[in-house]
Design a protein around this ligand. Structure first.
Ligand code: PLP
Length: 360
């Protein structure tokens, strides 16, 4: 027997793991600086670590109250109702819930190109189709309403990401509002705010409170340092928030994830240090890297280096793992996650040496 025809589905290509690279190169993992997956360079929130240890003895229970408590806490934080918080196994899981709740077979979603690939992948898993609007290097990869609306043709979901992965570009509240106004009544505009905590701009949450056609995506993987836990959520309009009960996988987030998330939300000192370090790091990279870079609202910087695969490979041999953006459709660009205050200058120095070598 065989599974159904999966040839139209692609394999998610994550940045390479530190053990994997260390093994390949015969290096000690401690000598490597991993700046390829936009993870938190400071590690996890210490309060979350403590909560994870404490919950170990209680994991034979289903996560009932912790799930409810985390939803309530997030609803309070964002000043929305509990039904509007769609908790999930990572932001990726929340994308699946949006697909399940919105897409009829054959309906299309519109995503930027380049883009975080799971927006489109999730739509395809749910029997939808994917179309793109092109971002242009010349205008800083801006997701402008003109570009979006030129490509728009009654799509069921329009995805924007702000700050955008992998380019770092951002959109304003007014721009999102213009897109939501100009698209059909049955089109949902989703703003992926996985990197919103790092931005100096305001969240688009006001539009979710005011309208029935704008939703946000948030994640604990980046700013809270909990990528390994898999915890994220969508914030959806009040009018149809109750659809969650019909589409979610039972106990959408684990007891460990919910307890860690609750603790991380209380760890303001950690969040503040994370944001400060990332903002410092992205400014440092832009100032000192010997390559063209783009302004970024996230914990990473896009740089144009020529042959991205060759540069990323050479950096890796020197112990610095960066993301070759070829799989994003940017074969001349790498994406560098901000590291700690020690790692970032060391990484920039290494990348600069590699660039000098490559350029001869
Ligand atoms: C990391 C990321 C997410 C969510 O990741 P999870 O680990 O599944 O929470 C969503 N969107 C973008 C653009 C990302 O980079």
């Amino acid at each position: 027997m065989e599974p159904r025809d999966l040839s139209m589905h692609s394999v998610y290509r994550a940045g390479r793991g530190i053990e994997e690279v260390a093994r390949d190169l015969g290096l000690d993992p401690d000598e490597l600086i991993k700046l390829s997956s936009n993870e938190n360079s400071l590690g996890p929130s210490p309060k979350a670590v403590e909560a994870i240890r404490d919950v170990a003895e209680a994991v034979h229970y289903y996560p009932k109250s912790s799930h409810t408590d985390l939803i309530a806490k997030l609803a309070e934080t964002w000043d929305v109702s509990d039904e509007q918080i769609w908790l999930a196994n990572g932001g990726d899981g929340a994308l699946d819930y949006l697909s399940r709740a919105l897409l009829e077979p054959g309906q299309a979603v519109l995503v930027p190109d380049p883009d975080f690939t799971y927006h489109g992948m999730s739509a395809k898993y749910h029997h939808g189709t994917v179309e793109t609007f092109e971002l242009s290097e010349a205008d800083g990869f801006h997701q402008s309403p003109e570009r979006v609306l030129e490509a728009y043709d009654g799509h069921r979901i329009v995805y924007l990401t702000s700050p955008h992965n992998p380019t770092g570009s951002e959109v304003t509240i007014a721009e999102v509002e213009r897109i939501a106004e100009a698209t059909d009544e049955q089109t949902l505009v989703v703003v992926d705010e996985a990197y919103e905590p790092f931005s100096e701009r305001e969240s688009k949450i006001g539009l979710v409170r005011e309208r029935d056609d704008v939703a946000l995506l948030h994640s604990f993987s980046k700013a809270y340092g909990l990528a390994g836990i898999r915890l994220g959520y969508a914030i959806v309009p009040e009018e149809w928030g109750d659809a969650y009960a019909r589409v979610n996988t039972p106990f959408a987030a684990s007891e460990i994830a919910c307890r860690a998330g609750l603790a991380a939300l209380d760890d303001e000192a950690f969040l503040e240090e994370t944001i400060e370090t990332a903002r410092w790091g992205r400014a440092y990279i832009r100032e000192h890297l010997d390559a063209e870079t783009w302004e970024s609202g996230g914990n990473f910087v896009l740089a144009k280096v020529g042959n991205a695969e060759a540069v990323a490979d050479a950096c890796q041999r020197e112990g610095v793992i960066v993301r070759d953006c070829t799989s994003f459709g940017l074969p001349e660009h790498i994406r560098i996650t901000t590291g700690t205050r020690e790692e970032t200058p060391r990484a920039v120095e290494t990348i600069n040496e590699v660039l000098a070598d490559v350029r001869g």
